[in-house]
Each structure stands twice: as structure tokens, then as C-alpha cells.
Design a protein around this ligand. Structure first.
Ligand SMILES: [Zn+2]
Ligand SMILES: [Zn+2]
Length: 242
């Protein structure tokens, strides 16, 4: 589905990818879902008249299995370059083992995860960095912001031409209010809350917000970010008073 002009969302309940389309610089895919979700992305591209050869970049917001599963398959189908932050890259390339959530959820996922969501290691061709701008031709630049906490190398992306923030898992909108994901899936929940405050300030005028999980917010992004900041402020105060 096209969210704003030339920016599409491919998703279901579990996984989401974003497809940014420019005729000159090619198609940019942000996140690739789990397992064989890459095939779904390729099928979607067909419906908008694009072929694998049109894809020039695959950008990964972070290293979790539900965002990078399709990366290796897509990279070989498209010959696109894969971008990720160096702090998250070792688990994408297979240099370090995949890290599953903490606690009971993690113990179950460690067993079931690789069966349900097979994951092939994927080379990282370009390193993302805070402040890095990627030229998307008619879509203008895509600005990279390091948004650590959910994972230490998590990046979110802002597209000024569409006033759209691609939050990844820095914010989860499954509940209808964008907020920090549950503690079991975060590297550092305290840091994730601090990052939300930075996001809410830096992108206070954003109209459209899209997420790794949950429905997009179109038009009322600024108000939603205020709510997110209030939730994170309350959470930080709670940990302080403990
Ligand atoms: Zn994640
Ligand atoms: Zn996720």
C-alpha cells in the first residue's frame, strides 16, 4: 500500500518493510521481514511495475530476525547493497550468533525461531552512521538517525520531502500509541526511553510515522510523538524513584 507518494508499506501482522521508489536512484527497501518475507517484497514490487533489477539499496534498521530474514535472499535476487549500522552488523553477517529475546519468550524463540523464521547470514556492504544522508533522487535525501536502546545500533530514518519518520522498532505502534517495545526484546530499555525523548524533540513536526510493528500514523504524527514522549518520561521517572 502506498502511504505517501512513492513510499509503500509491505506488511502483515508480524512483519513490515518499506519500499521507496525513485526512477533515477532506484528502489530502496527498508527492512526485510523474517524468513522468506523477501519473496513477498519482490511480489509487491511486481504489482507496482518494478523488477528486482530496479532495487539498489536494502537498509536494515537493526539486527533482529524479524527485520533481516529476507535480506540475504533479496540481496542475491537484486544485487542491491545492504546497509546496516556497524554495532548491529556482526549478527547480520553471522560473525556473531543471532541474539534472541530475554527470559521465557527468548528461551522458546531460541528453539522455535530458527525453524519458523529461517535466517541466512547476509553481508553488509555499507555502514550506516548517525547523520548520514542517502540520496533518493526525486524523493530527496533520507536522513539516518542512530536511535539506540531497542538494539545498540538501531537506526531510524527521516524523509524530509514527505515529512515522514521511519521509526523501525525504536517505537512500536501495536497498541495504537507508539511506545518502547517490551523489555524482553530490548538491549537497554532505559536507553530506549531516552531515545524516544530525543526522537520526539528532533522530529516534533513529523506528519507521518511508520513502524516495524503496528499501523502507520498518517497526518497526526506530531501529536502521537508527544504521547510517546509522555509515556517514556513517566517510565524514566518510575525507574529513577525505584
Ligand atoms: Zn527489533
Ligand atoms: Zn521487530
Amino acid at each position: 500500500m502506498e502511504i505517501v507518494k512513492q513510499a509503500h508499506r509491505v506488511g502483515n501482522m508480524v512483519s513490515t518493510a518499506y519500499v521507496l521508489v525513485d526512477d533515477k536512484t532506484g528502489v530502496t527497501i527498508i527492512d526485510t521481514g523474517p524468513g522468506h518475507f523477501g519473496r513477498k517484497i519482490l511480489e509487491y514490487l511486481k504489482t507496482i511495475g518494478r523488477s528486482p533489477a530496479d532495487v539498489s539499496r536494502i537498509i536494515l534498521t537493526h539486527r533482529h530476525f524479524d527485520h533481516i530474514g529476507g535480506a540475504a535472499e533479496l540481496r542475491s535476487a537484486t544485487r542491491a547493497k545492504v546497509y546496516a549500522h556497524p554495532l548491529d552488523a556482526p549478527q547480520i553477517t553471522g560473525a556473531e550468533p543471532m541474539q534472541w529475546p530475554k527470559g521465557a519468550i527468548g528461551a522458546a524463540m531460541k528453539v522455535m525461531g530458527p525453524i519458523l523464521f529461517p535466517f541466512a547470514p547476509c553481508p553488509v556492504d555499507e555502514y550506516l552512521a548517525d547523520g548520514m544522508e542517502i540520496d533518493l533522487g526525486s524523493l530527496g535525501v533520507l536522513q539516518t538517525t542512530l536511535t539506540p536502546g531497542h538494539t545498540i545500533g538501531h537506526c531510524s530514518f527521516y524523509l524530509p520531502s514527505r515529512n515522514m519518520l521511519i521509526a523501525g522498532d525504536a517505537l512500536n505502534n501495536a497498541s495504537g500509541t507508539p511506545s518502547v517495545p517490551m523489555d524482553a526484546v530490548n538491549d537497554d530499555t532505559h536507553m530506549a526511553h531516552e531515545t524516544v525523548l530525543v526522537i520526539a524533540q528532533k522530529f516534533s513536526g513529523a506528519e507521518t510515522l511508520v513502524f516495524g510493528h503496528g499501523a502507520p500514523i498518517i497526518g497526526s504524527g506530531a501529536q502521537a510523538l508527544q504521547k510517546s514522549a509522555a509515556l517514556s518520561t513517566a517510565a524514566l521517572q518510575k525507574t529513577k524513584s525505584k
